[in-house]
Design a protein around this ligand. Structure first.
Ligand code: CP
Length: 309
């Protein structure tokens, strides 16, 4: 397979296993490029990309911008907080105004699930979903799987538990789809109130005991509790959440095997994971961030190769 089966990256659920394989093989090449003294290739000198962030972001926004610049694309950045969206402009009008300045690709983070799909039906540009509400965060799942592949050799056959606020997590949903496409087994673990009722229908195991989940897995992906998406209390207190679902050095040391520990960031140190675990050799959290640039270069490069020019 030499090109993606999709014209946009809207969610992992639209991808085939071969798409993921192609993205990873392309990312392997770009990872080598970004470790050279000159970390740039001229591949996308004729492409202009707009990064539209309607929600806060540190890692994803910087990672996309670096990926685009390392491919030599022209880049424009848009932040909703300082834009005319505040004056009542619609999403379509905002994007069409940006596109009339000859933009070829839009990377968008938006609080509404499905915003990327909506945009792809109304504007003539390649769309990359950088997180749409509690729905999908496809490039995060791709860089997570890429990092597992790097640490453990392959994703197929591995047991991965996703721990925490599954209910509000786009990272969880995209990871479930991505891991299953690659032949991994997936478990979710968290308080019952933060596990969606339908979750078993996705073919995942469900566990509410953190120790049992960790004893089962090869990889634990620890998620942040997304207080900003909660209108009610889903557990009695942060202290109680941490007592039941926080990953500590004592717990990690009590396991009879070494597991790989992941976190998509931002971390709430001392809540879902303690600092000594987050900064340990078993944690690949900063590898995930590094790999994010190579994986996003691969996604952008492969989508750009489908632009007629
Ligand atoms: N992992 C992630 O999406 O982080 P940001 O919200 O900082 O982009």
């Amino acid at each position: 397979m030499s090109e993606l089966s999709v014209d946009h990256l809207l969610g992992i659920k639209y991808l085939k296993p071969e798409d993921i394989q192609l993205i990873f093989e392309t990312a392997d090449h770009f990872k080598e490029v970004i470790n050279r003294p000159i970390k740039k290739v001229p591949s996308l000198r004729d492409i202009t990309i707009a990064n539209l962030f309607f929600e806060n972001s540190t890692r994803t926004r910087l990672s996309f911008e670096l990926a685009e610049k390392r491919l030599s694309a022209d880049v424009v950045n848009f932040s909703a907080a300082s834009s005319s969206v505040k004056k009542g402009e619609t999403l379509i009008d905002t994007v069409n105004n940006i596109l009339s300045m000859k933009v070829d690709m839009v990377v968008m983070r938006h609080p509404n699930p499905g915003a990327g799909v909506f945009l792809s039906k109304h504007v003539d540009a390649k769309i990359v979903n950088a997180g749409d509400g509690a729905h999908e965060h496809p490039t995060q799942a791709l860089l997570d799987s890429y990092s597992i592949r790097e640490r453990l050799g392959e994703v197929a056959g591995k047991k991965v538990v996703i721990v925490g606020d599954i209910l509000h997590s786009r990272v969880a949903l995209s990871n479930i789809f991505a891991l299953q496409l690659q032949g991994a087994e997936v478990m979710v673990c968290g308080p019952k109130t933060l596990l969606p009722k339908y979750i078993q229908q996705l073919g995942v195991k469900v566990e509410t005991n953190l120790i049992k989940a960790l004893e089962w897995c090869d990889v634990a992906n620890m998620l942040r509790v997304q207080n900003e998406r909660m209108e009610i209390s889903y557990f009695p207190s942060t202290r109680e959440y941490t007592q039941q679902f926080g990953l500590t050095k004592k717990i990690v040391d009590s396991l009879n095997k070494e597991i790989v520990i992941m976190h998509p960031g931002p971390i709430n140190r001392g809540v879902e994971i303690t600092s000594d675990v987050a900064d340990s050799e078993q944690a690949i959290i900063l590898d995930q961030v590094e790999n994010g640039v190579a994986v996003r270069m691969a996604v952008i490069y492969l989508l750009a190769s489908k632009i007629k020019r």
